[in-house]
Design a protein around this ligand. Sequence first.
Ligand code: FSO
Ligand code: SF4
Length: 515
Amino acid sequence: MFCFQCEQTAGCSGCTGKAGVCGKKAETAGLQDRLTGALISLAKDEERAGREKLPEAVAELMMRGLFATVTNVNFDDAALEDLIKEIHGQKETEDYNMEALWNGNEDIRSLKSLILFGLRGMAAYAWHAAVLGYQDEEVNRFFCTGLAAVGTEQTMEQMLPLVLKTGEVNLKCMELLDRANTGTYGTPEPTEVGMNVEKGPFIVVSGHDLYIIKRLLEQTEGKGVNIYTHGEMLPAHGYPELKKYPHLKGNFGTAWQNQQKEFAGIPAPVLFTTNCLMPPKDSYKDRIFTTEVVAYPEMVHIGEDRDFTPVIEKALELGGYSEEQEFSGINGGKIMTTGFAHGTVLAAADQVVEAVKQGAIRHFFLVGGCDGAKPGRNYYTEFVKKAPQDSVILTLACGKYRFNDLDLGTIGGLPRLMDMGQCNDAYSAIRVAVTLAEAFDCGVNELPLSLVLSWYEQKAVCILLTLLHLGIKNILLGPSLPAFVSPNVLNFLVEHYNLQPIGDPQTDIQKLMNR
Ligand code: FSO
Ligand code: SF4
């Protein structure tokens, strides 16, 4: 096998041999390559046909097929084989052979990887929006345009604009998902979320899919089963149409990479709606349920009917804790807050602008992105702890679990730490940055704002491409740079965008504030 799409790739170069670091077996990796090769040839067919509107079935397959290959989503060979068959039913030409990509020129492979992995991340966002009835023709079409380019001989000069175009289309896709989420569940409100678990039956819901948690909340109403979010589902607590359910109680555990420890012996089922699923340990594998594009061999999968009866029955059977259990975050805090999406932050825009003009707020740091297992990720905790009192920390995605239980106090009447939501809510951060730039009549790069990002999987790739498309410079990225960025491509990113690896937290803070 060969896979180098995520941050934990073996030896910072690529997973080979019998299995990847994430637990993906060589056979599964081979099937994911075949699936991608089939999608590429379907995309080329569509590009050749040049139909005005992409057929719904093709758009759906693009989203599901790409999403299934994102890190920690689908480990189930049978499910992947079914998907490949479905794609074969829609096309006539032979599948693209992925070996041609992996063994090609290093720089071309690097640029094509940026596009392919960016499309994989974007597919997840497009899927969540589509489930809520929101689709965009340009977004759907670009899955084909991008994939067709990955499967065609290209020069670096041809690929570079497409890399940035991926970021541009992903911005549109995140905007679409933002509209879908807020249009369906309302504008997120600042909300405190506890970490304790009450006694009695409960279900833990992980991943990003708000539609699924809503269905589960409906189906558990009046059944004596409480619901707790996990990982990227935490921001669900901020949405009026979700927080109105009194049995949506709190958040269980911390970021995805701690699940094998945190789920051991848990007296409740866990429902995975998206990544990040790790290979379940024996101590809790009878309690793992998957749905939508997520799948793992032998785990019960809830299908298209989205009938969660098996999960609810499992919760009732396990019974939960006999007494309320106390939990805390990684820094010992008991409360997390969420719900500071663009709707709330921009409603306070005048207050923010005034606080900057008065000198109360000297700097904004967006410290966000994915969490992961590497020890170097402690950098983000240290960074936030050491950031000066007159700075505001905006955050999003699962990387926030490194510091979201800290009480950082307030500044200019606003909390110093504001959780904008999931990774796709990078859209909120962009909206806030653009609005501040307008208020101060300057470019985003001139704002007292620095981006300190952590990455792990392919959603982070499409978000990074969006930031590059917007011309945002001086981003610090960690904990390590992607293995699929070749030295020449890295040079290009450094030269044009001053993209830099993270270093020492204190030194980086000084550097960013004095910029
Ligand atoms: Fe994290 Fe996993 Fe949201 Fe990712 S839970 S790592 S970037 O899937 O998608 O932030
Ligand atoms: Fe390795 Fe990451 Fe690929 Fe898994 S997804 S095989 S850990 S590079």
